[in-house]
Design a protein around this ligand. Structure first.
Ligand SMILES: [Zn+2]
Ligand SMILES: [Zn+2]
Length: 107
């Protein structure tokens, strides 16, 4: 009688531990691709190189000029498409898009 109860508790504990492990794995599972990873997901060689493709500059807004009082500068942005390419097998992976900003001061 006593022994059966103990086993039941043990089973309960095990399922609790397993439940915790499963949850933590699920939380870290769909992590985004790391830009620092340099091992090719296709051939396994450490030949991945970062690539950046730039889109067109798009006018965004104006800002007060820091050099000339009372003048206005123009801020532009453009998309930067980040990806990695394997130098061994040519495998490419998309890492997403970021934005680059520039201030044009032409006076
Ligand atoms: Zn490769
Ligand atoms: Zn300016």
């Amino acid at each position: 009688m006593k022994r059966k109860k103990w086993i039941l508790m043990l089973a309960l504990c095990t399922s609790l531990v397993l439940g915790t492990v499963t949850t933590s794995v699920a939380a870290t599972g769909p992590a985004p691709a790391q830009p620092m990873a340099q091992e090719c997901g296709n051939c396994g060689q450490m030949r991945l190189l970062n690539q950046y493709d730039y889109g067109e500059w798009v006018y965004l807004t104006t800002t007060i000029c820091e050099k000339k009082v009372g003048r206005v500068d123009y801020i532009y942005k453009r998309p930067v498409f980040m990806s990695v390419k394997c130098g061994n097998c040519g495998f490419t992976a998309d890492l997403g898009t970021t934005w680059e900003y520039k201030t044009v001061c032409n006076h």
